[in-house]
Design a binder for this molecule. Structure first.
Ligand SMILES: Cc1ncc(COP(=O)(O)O)c(C=O)c1O
Length: 446
């Protein structure tokens, strides 16, 4: 026992010991906890009664802001009406309705939707669909998967195998075999402080040709990338890079998977980054913003011809031996449908594009602050990369993150990069507050 406590009157439990927190320095946190009690609109309220501006849409998920009555009501109506129904050899109307609504906003041709409960499950599902598809079309030698350095595809064994964040992989030697990685696209020397997508780096996509030569196209099933890496610290695709990946994958019969768990649902100004940057992959994964973070849910969009390849053999045969108890959960579907209504009713994806220039100007205004080595911003997402302090990588970033929270702003930190992704309902004055608070924190950490 560390005797860490939640010193709050009226609590049933005061202990912080039992909850093993994910992706958290547990002992450091429990010695000095940062606890959120409630949320409304653009703000959290902390357990010590302070208002905290949400600079990260929770964890890149509450794109419509917090406490949306429409979602709360849809969820409570649904749980009262049908709390659960299986979707294995049974069904209920909501996932059909939701899949149809999602296909309407997905890139043209990606009309089939497989439901999951998280981004990690979406990534693993997409990889399994890719492998099973290649086998179904008589390309069973295509078993290799290609990810990218610094990529994040969640924490399942598939996701960490194709992912490229070292700390997430290194303790787990038994990863999927036959995986290779493209180089990441972060190139501060050439692209620092780019406005929008960086100019240099399209040739990094050509590394795929090298991997094809090395392994043989006939052995490669799929390439998976985030169109914009979020978790590794907002790494943007160089101009033309995604197009080049598309050309090379198509030429060699390799599927292209976009992991849009962060970029989906308006973050970069269209429903999906695929549409913003004009590149249609074969499969898209998503989660987070699908339900505005209110109920766990993910989804995988699949091109019609891939789906069709599974619809063979006798009608009585199960076509894909995969699924989750909660695939298409009624309450999650209700949350997602209400969320889509908000996104569309309030034109939040368009709003992101309208605010983009203001957001970029505001963030790029930090470039002359001490230790700022790069700023990257697109849509309503931004990363401010700081030079590491003499105490080691990540110390300065964490100091800024803590200072921001102390001063009423929640940001994310990855190493020494501060990442921001406010809800898409953010107002210009709130962008000013966010950037002002961040600037003060960066100065204090100098
Ligand atoms: C691109 C990407 N893929 C997958 C995931 C994993 O999602 P989850 O935490 O819901 O499993 C994340 C989470 O941040 C992500 O950013």
């Amino acid at each position: 026992m560390t005797n860490a406590t939640l010193a709050q009157p009226g609590r049933i439990s005061n202990s912080l010991d039992e909850f093993w927190m994910p992706f958290t320095a547990n002992r450091q946190f429990k010695a000095n906890p940062r606890l959120l009690e409630s949320a409304e609109g653009m703000y959290f309220r902390s357990s010590d009664g302070r208002q905290v501006l949400d600079g990260t849409a929770g964890l890149w998920c509450c794109n419509a802001g917090h406490g949306r009555r429409e979602i709360t009501e849809a969820v409570s109506r649904q749980i009262a009406r049908l709390d659960f129904a299986p979707t294995f050899q049974m069904g209920h109307p909501l996932p059909f309705e939701l899949a149809e609504r999602l296909a309407d906003i997905a890139p043209v041709g990606l009309n089939r939707v497989f439901f999951t409960n998280s981004g990690s499950e979406s990534a693993d599902t997409a990889l399994k669909i890719a492998l099973a598809y290649q086998r179904a079309i008589g390309q069973g030698t295509r078993t290799r998967l290609i990810g990218r350095e610094l990529g994040y595809h969640g924490v399942g064994f598939g996701g960490i195998s194709v992912g490229g964040m070292v700390n997430n992989r290194k303790a787990f030697p038994a990863l999927l075999p036959g995986v290779d990685h493209l180089p990441h696209t972060l190139d501060i020397a050439r692209n620092a402080f780019s406005r929008g997508l960086p100019e240099f780096g399209i040739e990094k996509a050509d590394e795929l040709e090298r991997l094809v030569t090395l392994h043989g196209a006939e052995n490669i099933a799929a390439v998976i990338v985030e169109p914009m890496s979020g978790s590794a610290g907002v790494i943007l695709p160089p101009v033309g890079y995604l197009q080049r990946l598309r050309e090379i994958t198509r030429k060699h019969g390799i599927l292209l998977i976009f992991d849009e768990v962060i970029t989906g649902f308006g973050r970069v100004g269209k429903a999906f980054a695929a549409q913003r940057w004009g590149v249609t992959p074969d499969i898209i994964t998503c989660a987070k913003g699908l339900t505005n973070g209110a109920i766990p849910m993910g989804a995988v969009f699949v091109a019609d011809d891939i789906h069709q390849a599974f619809m063979q053999g006798p009608d009585s045969a199960i076509e894909f031996f995969h699924g989750y108890t909660y695939s298409g959960h009624p309450v999650a579907c209700a949350a997602a449908l209400a969320t889509l209504d908000i996104y569309q009713g309030e034109r939040l994806f368009e709003r992101t594009l309208e605010l983009e220039a203001y957001w970029q100007d505001a963030l790029l205004g930090l470039r002359d602050l001490p230790n700022v080595v790069d700023i990257r911003a697109v849509g309503l997402v931004g990363g401010v990369q700081l030079a590491p302090s003499a105490e080691g990588v990540g110390k300065r970033g964490f100091q800024v993150f803590e200072q921001c929270f102390h001063d009423g702003l929640m940001v994310r930190v990855t190493g020494d990069t501060i990442a921001m992704s406010p809800p898409l309902i953010v107002e210009k004055e709130q962008i000013d507050t966010l950037v002002g608070t961040l600037a003060d924190s960066i100065r204090k950490a100098a």
